[in-house]
Design a protein around this ligand. Sequence first.
Ligand SMILES: NCc1[nH]cc(CCC(=O)O)c1CC(=O)O
Length: 299
Amino acid sequence: MLKKIVIGTRASILALAQTKLVAGMIRERFPHIEVEWKEIITKGDKDLRTNWNNSNTSLKSLFTKEIEKELLDGTIHIAVHSMKDMPAVSPEGLICGAIPEREDNRDVLITRDGRKLAELPEGAVIGTSSLRRTMSIKELRSDITIKPIRGNIHTRLGKLDSGEFDGILLALAGLKRTGMEDRATEIFEIDDFVPAPAQGSLHIQCREDNTEIREILDTLNDEKSRLVVEAEREFSRIFDGGCHTPMGCAGKLVGDKLNLKGMYYYEGKVYRDEIEGSVEDRIKLAGELAEKIRGQYNG
Ligand SMILES: NCc1[nH]cc(CCC(=O)O)c1CC(=O)O
């Protein structure tokens, strides 16, 4: 019988918050198992010059490689990641062992003085390095000036507070999980601002051959979250989504139906559509939604 589980984590406040959340879930279900975490510094953490928010799949692994090596070596048992930052395909020997209940997937605006988007002055400066967020905010207010911003949530909030920006855009999930939800000035509705595929969802990673850990992780799974996230990830795979590709996708269960909204920016224009169907057909639905959107610009 397993006595202790070691979770590998990056040292950022969000990574630690997510790790502690998962540690709590395991302790609650398996009180006899001791849960610890080990902070691992990744190449991405060392190299702050990398614009990781606009990174493609290979750059994405900058933040996971060292952690994945420790999983494979067996020095840690599991790792907790934000699903939206994970490439579509797991490295050889590793799997996603659980997708727990998803947090709110919406995006938020945070301003220094509590002004909402509509109240900001002409040409106000908003910080984001995400193309999806840039395009979405420009759609709502074309006069806004976008300036790139890097670093973890605290660094970004610090840059906002010091006056470098009038506002910044972040995921509500990250604010909630780090206990800073009260910083959210304006929460954007999905129809105005389509979230990144799998935003707000966790990816608990483990070794494929570790059956004991897989049985434990099975109990952390939230089936509804998994079904929705699978569809969003399929949409993202079709459009080859790193965070680099300006696209969004958000699913919602309505009874036994899945409603899927998607958007994609192509040659400077926004295309959106939505689809609804049986949740069992979620992968097919994601493909059909992508086809509908492609049909708009291919005519
Ligand atoms: N790309 C960085 C990242 N990865 C996950 C989150 C937030 C939490 C989540 O979406 O699950 C963030 C920060 C942000 O986008 O505001």
